[in-house]
Write a protein that binds this ligand. Structure first.
Ligand SMILES: Cc1ncc(COP(=O)(O)O)c(C=O)c1O
Length: 429
């Protein structure tokens, strides 16, 4: 570890880790899917940093956008009007699913979700929110309690009124179905939940467009449409959390676009600014936005629609559009997929590869079974990946691959061969 990283340990906390065990990297430079650390090592970023660097590192367009915002150096309060704020709202309305015409601009994913739920409660006057068993919606107290994620345990009891829904986790189907017999019963579970709770008590259903950090679940075609139909039938709002799955990650602007589903509210962050500035947004359907024309919107922080955030949103959306990066994610993902499948077929410790666009998970199992690889084996995996300078996200028995949309085929090839070597070293008998 570099001297700077070691000194920093004493003064600044690391997130989600015991402080003594964190292993910070001193990154000095980055380009595309590659970054370099102070010791001269060349790393491959197969997780787009924190699933947010969709535009990769060192993107010239973002450098330019941030310079422009810094040069203006004005302090704008939440109610200020200025060109980048208008442009951010206009661009978001252009790329959003049809009808999501107005944006609430904030600093990150958890804050976007908090505000979406506040809007749903303000609009409906109801309290309950349905969320999946396995899901992640952010680290604030309320969003952790909404999350179907064991990390919420330490903070229970959290937000009251959270009701759980089955997951579209086909490899370990919660409804006990096989692919051949599946009639998307996990979507119908919403009907059971709503009838049990009383739909008139439920403000909204919140689902990730594609479940990210809890396993990359790719539902059967028709799943999201079924949720939309059930929400319409019972008069409940549908909120799509596209914080991780948005901005091209799955090969479309948003994961809901794969099924042409229009949620009532859509939350985003991460790829929204490509990680170059803090940023989050709630994209709101015009019929909901109209409600707040004459009802007070009890939402907003001091840094609402910050000038640096707005400049980064504008720069990022223009880069995605002008460089056709959403299309690139789809074609690069289609190119990589057979290579990942071939790797999985050749190694019994890979139970399943699942993914869409440039969002993949490898589910690692004991060879010949569906039993998850144990924690000690996964620690070896982590060490072997690190030794090969591969940056990726790993959790339980899952290894995630989510490279920047600007990655080259050569970087992905090299990434897969480093991952192959690491997993063989850590898990081969
Ligand atoms: C689906 C999803 N929602 C919300 C969040 C929270 O975003 P943030 O960390 O920007 O608050 C995340 C972060 O990983 C996420 O993956």
């Amino acid at each position: 570890m570099s001297e700077l990283a070691e000194r920093q340990r004493a003064r600044v906390f690391f997130t989600w880790s015991a402080q003594a065990t964190a292993q910070p990297l001193e990154i000095v430079r980055g380009q595309g899917a590659t970054f370099w650390t102070a010791d001269g090592a060349r790393w491959l970023d197969l997780c787009s940093t924190t699933w947010n660097a969709n535009l990769g590192h060192g993107h010239p367009r973002m450098r330019e956008a941030l310079h422009r915002a810094a040069d203006q150096a004005f302090v704008a309060g939440p109610t200020a009007a200025y060109p980048d704020k208008l442009r951010a709202g206009e661009l978001l309305a252009e790329i959003a699913p049809r009808g999501l015409a107005k944006s609430f601009l904030c600093l990150g994913g958890a804050e976007a979700n908090e505000n979406a739920i506040k809007m749903a409660r303000l609009l409906t006057g109801r309290r309950k929110v349905v969320a999946r068993n396995r899901s992640y919606h952010g680290a604030t107290l309320a969003m952790l309690s909404l999350s179907g994620d064991p990390r919420r345990d330490a903070f229970e009891p959290g937000l009251p009124g959270i009701v759980r829904l089955a997951d579209p986790y086909c490899y370990r189907c919660p409804m006990g179905k096989q692919r051949e017999t599946c009639a998307i019963e996990c979507a119908d579970d919403l009907e059971t939940v709503l009838l049990r709770e009383g739909p008139e008590t439920v403000a909204a259903v919140v689902v990730e467009g594609i479940v990210g950090a809890n396993g990359v679940f790719i539902p059967r075609e028709g799943y999201l449409r079924r949720l939309r139909e059930l929400c319409d039938h019972h008069g409940v709002l549908l909120i799509a959390d596209e914080v991780l799955s948005g901005f091209g990650r799955t090969g479309r602007w948003f994961a809901v676009d794969h099924e042409g589903v229009v949620p009532d509210l859509l939350t985003c962050a991460k790829g929204l600014t490509g990680g170059y500035a803090p940023g989050g947004a709630v994209l709101v359907h015009e019929r909901i936005a109209r409600h707040f024309d004459d009802h007070v919107l009890l939402c907003g922080l001091t840094t609402y629609a910050h000038p640096v955030t707005c400049a980064a949103i504008v720069g990022a959306i223009e880069a995605y559009r002008d460089e056709r990066l959403i299309e690139r994610a789809a074609s690069l993902g289609a190119w990589w997929r057979p290579r990942l499948d071939a790797f999985a077929k050749a190694h019994e410790f890979v139970g399943e590869v699942r993914g869409l666009g440039l969002l993949f998970a490898l589910e690692l199992v004991r060879p010949g079974t569906r039993e998850p690889q144990p924690a000690d084996a996964m620690s070896r995996v982590y060490a072997a990946l690190r030794a090969r300078h591969v940056h990726l996200f790993k959790r339980d028995n899952l290894v995630y691959l989510a490279p920047p949309l600007v990655s080259t085929e050569a970087e992905l090839d090299e990434g897969l061969s480093r991952v192959t070597e690491a997993l063989e070293e850590a898990l081969a008998p």
